[in-house]
Write a protein that binds this ligand. Structure first.
Ligand SMILES: [Zn+2]
Length: 565
């Protein structure tokens, strides 16, 4: 049997790149644009070589000689490179058809104006295992409204492809054609492609679907971006600087933020069953955009007992999620995936679906959905988070070993929520995200620097807004656990906030508790700062608006800090 890496790589490099003319001065073809001092096409070829792929066919048109002169036969790259030059532009499928003699039975098609970090062998294996004639790499992006969308069935077989100007009546899922394909040569059977300009996605795929030939969709969070415009080119350069292609690759386990839906991402309207009832919380999409740009996966995990109760069909739920994705994309954010539990253990509803009335593994606080996501996306749960508004979310987080953030946008009362021991608490999904991406690691690092000061300390006074004080307590807690400090350290928050709860927390996780400020007022003051001052760390928390600086500590004396967050 042929080895996967012997598969031929077709690079479509015929584009004129008119939108990059300022960069290329029309002197070099678009695939030769420099990224980190190296032609983009060289990046592509090297990525393939690293994975063991050596056989390339480059399809050329505009300024073909520039590319041929640079790469030659491929010898200096330890590759076999062949070329096919188009006489007149024939579109992507037309160009392939005209190269028929040089195509092997199966090949990978890559657009040369994309920057890619994809495990091609895994993609190929998926294609081979699925036994389809074509496979399309698809992913959610932050502009589905002007992208080519791929509609899939429950087995991820392609049902239809939609261009931005041709959309179905019902909203469809944010799954964009990333223009990376595995194709079998046999799809070119017949004489249908001999004339005119023919595009792979717009013409060829619909045609073969019509002929009953199956196409698979390969869903992956790996990095693929085209750099066809000046803006996109500079975005790709920024992403590379942040190691985004590596973070999203499958070379090492990914980080994820699991996000509850109702009461966290959107308003909890109770039994949401109509797309017109979806109300995004302020900045939900913006928060997701920040998650997307960080290389962390954003994955929604939601209990949807409405399905078992017969109040909503699976198709109806899919419409709701497609609409939700569209709304999030208006703020340039996307979810990498949405997992839902359709089950509900209790019976007695009119119209309920019997088969779904079970005690399942997926309904939170069970962690079936989190485990499934972790398997599919290779997620390191220990480095991942959950954000939710209910105890079920926090319990699920506990069981899965995630860091847990409670948001106060849901229905549950504060008192009840605090019982479920979140690691951190924030007023909204947006602020929770902000904490994870921009504050938590920095604050943790700063506090660790001063860790020797914590030894022998009995009390910590945190002066600042109550919620943030609690979260700083949470960081203390983690550091102490890491240091193996087991004795209880009191943290007294002296301030009251608009949320009316202060904080008293022992440093041992098991004895941690937060209490209502009003009811426990006396308790909080039974030790005045003066009484404990001998053995005290005092931390002033200053919340800066519009943070431009990183959080930092001003160390006035060994045991007193001001912490800017
Ligand atoms: Zn379930």
């Amino acid at each position: 049997m042929q080895k996967l890496e012997d598969t031929q790589i077709i690079l479509l490099a015929g584009g004129k790149g008119t939108r990059l003319i300022e960069h290329t001065k029309d002197y070099i073809p678009k695939p030769m644009v420099l990224i980190n001092g190296k032609p983009a096409l060289q990046h592509l070829i090297e990525m393939c070589l690293e994975q063991g792929f050596r056989n390339f066919l480059i399809l050329l048109n505009h300024k073909a000689e520039k590319i041929i002169n640079f790469f030659g036969t491929g010898e200096k790259f330890n590759a076999n490179i062949d070329y096919q030059i188009e006489d007149s532009p024939r579109g992507t499928a037309g160009a392939l058809f005209d190269s028929m003699d040089k195509l092997s039975e199966r090949f990978i098609v890559i657009y040369a104006d994309t920057y890619i970090n994809v495990n091609l062998k895994k993609f190929l294996k998926y294609h081979v295992d699925n036994k389809t004639k074509a496979s399309i790499f698809v992913h959610p992006n932050n502009h589905p409204y002007d992208s080519d969308l791929v509609q899939v069935d429950k087995n991820n077989l392609v049902v239809n492809l939609y261009s931005p100007t041709d959309r179905p009546k019902n909203p469809i899922r944010n799954l964009v054609n990333a223009a990376l394909y595995v194709l079998e040569k046999s799809i070119f059977n017949g004489d249908i492609l001999e004339n005119g300009v023919i595009d792979i996605a717009r013409d060829l795929f619909p045609k073969i679907l019509n002929n009953g030939i199956k196409i698979s969709a390969y869903i992956s969070p790996e990095y693929i971006k085209d750099f066809g415009t000046i803006d996109r080119l500079s975005q790709v350069k920024k992403d590379i600087k942040k190691y985004l292609p590596e973070k999203l690759s499958d070379s090492y386990p990914r980080k994820a933020i699991f996000i509850d839906r109702d009461g966290t991402l959107i308003e909890d309207v109770g039994h949401l069953s109509d797309i017109n009832e979806i109300r995004l919380f302020r900045n939900s999409g913006k928060a997701l955009n920040q998650i997307n740009n960080s290389g962390i996966l954003g994955i929604c995990v939601t209990n949807q007992p409405v399905i078992a109760r017969g109040e909503l069909t699976i198709d109806g739920l899919k419409d709701i999620h497609a609409q939700l994705e569209l709304m999030l994309s208006m703020e340039k954010g996307y979810l990498n995936d949405i997992f839902y539990c359709p089950h509900y253990p209790e019976s007695g509803f009119i119209g309920e679906v019997r088969s779904l009335k079970i005690n399942c593994e997926c309904r939170k606080p069970n962690i079936g959905m989190i485990k499934e996501a972790s398997r599919i996306y290779s997620i390191n749960l220990q480095k991942s988070w959950i954000i939710g508004d209910s105890c079920n979310d926090m319990l699920a987080g506990n069981r899965a070993g995630l860091k847990k953030i409670l948001v106060l946008t849901g229905e549950t009362t504060e008192r009840l929520k605090l019982k479920c021991c979140p690691d951190f608490t924030f007023s909204s999904f947006y602020y929770a995200t902000n904490w994870i991406l921009f504050k938590y690691y920095k604050i943790s690092k700063i506090l660790k620097k001063f860790q020797e000061s914590f030894f022998g300390i009995k009390d910590v006074i945190i002066i600042g807004p109550a919620i943030m004080s609690m979260n700083i307590c949470g960081v203390f807690s983690e550091i102490n656990t890491e240091l193996g400090i087991r004795k209880e350290l009191k943290i007294i928050n002296k301030h009251k906030s608009e949320n009316n709860f202060g904080c008293y927390q022992g440093m041992d996780n098991t004895s941690r508790k937060a209490v209502n400020w009003r009811t426990k007022k006396i308790f909080l003051f039974e030790k005045s700062p003066a009484q404990v001052s001998k053995n005290l760390i005092k931390i002033n928390i200053v919340i800066q608006k519009n943070i431009t600086k990183t959080p930092y500590l001003i160390k006035k004396d060994p045991i007193s800090f001001t912490l800017f967050v």
